[in-house]
Design a protein around this ligand. Structure first.
Ligand code: PBG
Length: 335
């Protein structure tokens, strides 16, 4: 029940806003480095740091530098990183076989990170788009995205990631039945403790544009992803997707994008009380960063406000490209 405030002048809500101390005492939610998952882009090579034009401040890193980044993240108190590979176009095929190559870039990175920084949680993306010459998250036949055949491919991909040592698998493909199929395969293969953070409510969004540049999928993608990703107009459907994924064996769920979908975050948290995450996606990062670089907004303040808003909306954590910058600010260092 909502408390009824005393009427003015006995009630003066400004009393608790008067000083920083009173504001701190009455603050409802807070943000800490422990809430953050840092998505990182991988590339082949050594000692290479390649800027991504549409995501200023974010680079693709070669394996050796990814290991350094994981060490840095751990030092900043960030509990998890999430790996996304930039795939050489010659390795992209219509059958996406590079996705379940145990020696692909992602699987080599998982092993290197777990060897050097065992305590950081490594999350992966389970979707075919980085390996698909047609740019889609599933297998395509005659312009149609195949569901069950894609799920079988995703299961193979998930198993090699678990084998390589991933702590958290992130199926981001939005095929039907993939969580149950991956969970069953993990159980059968003895990977019973590998967690699944399902991209449960993933919308067909214009805000993924810079990410597709980062992983080199923009040029490849034919058409759009509307036959599998959700319609941005739908909210009840998100609850059905989360219910389904939890029932199929997801441990944690995600809403994506984040900032435009805080209403969904709140509904999901209230309805299920499950560990709930939002992905502040590449386009959301680019909006804040781009405006800050123009001097139009205060970048640090806008970043912190955007991340705190996810906590207020009920999220337990946030996938964000701002993770190291935010963690540094939370430690009291300058970014
Ligand atoms: C691919 C995937 C996408 C993102 C995460 N995994 C792009 C897409 O669905 O097209 C987007 C992340 C971002 O924009 O930051 N399955």
């Amino acid at each position: 029940m909502q408390p009824v405030p005393a009427p003015y002048p006995h009630g003066r809500p400004r009393r608790t806003r008067r000083t920083a101390a009173l504001r701190a005492l009455t603050q409802e939610v807070s943000l800490s480095a422990g809430d953050l998952i840092w998505p990182i882009f991988l590339r082949e090579g050594t000692n290479l740091r390649e800027p991504i034009a549409s995501m200023p401040g974010v680079d693709r890193l070669s394996l050796d530098l990814v290991v350094e980044a994981a060490k840095m993240a751990q030092g900043l108190g960030i509990p998890a990183i999430c790996l996304f590979p930039y795939t050489d176009p010659v390795l992209k095929t219509e059958d996406c076989r590079e996705a379940w190559n145990p020696e692909n870039l992602t699987n080599r990175a998982i092993r290197a990170i777990k060897a050097a920084v065992p305590d950081i949680a490594v999350m992966t993306d389970v979707a075919l788009d980085p390996y698909n010459s047609l740019g889609h998250d599933g297998l395509v036949q005659g312009g149609v995205i195949l569901n069950d055949e894609s799920v079988a491919a995703l299961v193979r991909m998930a198993l090699v990631q678990a084998e390589a040592g991933a702590d958290i698998l992130g199926p981001s493909d939005m095929m039907d039945g993939r969580i149950g199929a991956i969970r069953a395969a993990l159980e059968k293969a003895g990977h019973k403790d590998v967690a699944i953070l399902s991209y449960s409510a993933k919308y067909a969004s214009a805000f993924y544009g810079p990410f597709r540049d980062a992983v080199g999928a923009s040029g490849a993608l034919k058409g759009d992803k509307k036959t599998y990703q959700m319609n941005p107009a739908n909210s009840d459907e998100a609850l059905r997707m989360v219910a389904r994924d939890l029932a199929e064996g997801a441990d944690m769920v995600m809403i994506k994008p984040g900032m435009l979908y805080l209403d969904i975050c709140r509904r999901v948290k209230d309805a299920f009380g499950a560990p709930t995450f939002a992905y502040q996606v590449s386009g959301e990062y680019a909006m804040i960063k781009g405006a800050a670089l123009q001097g139009w907004i205060d970048g640090d303040k806008a970043m912190m406000e955007s991340l705190l808003a996810f906590k207020r909306a009920g999220c337990d954590g946030i996938l964000t490209y701002f993770a190291p910058q935010a963690a540094r600010l939370l430690q009291g260092h300058k970014t």
